[in-house]
Design a protein around this ligand. Sequence first.
Ligand code: 4NP
Length: 160
Amino acid sequence: MAKKVKVLFVCLGNICRSPTAHGVFRQMVRDQNLEHLIEIDSAGTAAYHIGKAPDARSTQVAKGRGIEMQDLRARKVDFGDFIVYDYILAMDESNYSNLRELALPEHFDKILMFLDFAENWQEREVPDPYYGGPEGFDRVFDMVTDASEGLLKHIKANHL
Ligand code: 4NP
């Protein structure tokens, strides 16, 4: 059996952006019957919300668009993640530099900006919606959906 491609989405708290990416990408992988080939998780660089369910504002937007993410629980990135995962996808520049600080140089090529896979956004960062209004959560969902489509295309072209 082929080795699974392992994808880890990373933001700061692991309660808004990375669980949204996790939920959206998971659904795409399920819809294409690729669950046996792609493994998915998400994590945060900060410890504030370990064990918590995603922020209700994120879950609500996702539910409205047909994506369930209520079952996810926040965890912190750990060193083993750099060994296990093939794609470690940062939501913003700060997540990216925090990940590089935690990793060994030999793992740097696994750490990428998630939005670099998006086809319809010029931005490189998924902005932190936590302290903003509801429109920020819709925007996160849109960005993450576009980047997830690009990521899945990339994985299918390069690994499957
Ligand atoms: P996330 O959003 O990184 O997308 O999960 C945040 C969640 C919590 C906090 C910051 C960002 N916080 O400061 O508690």
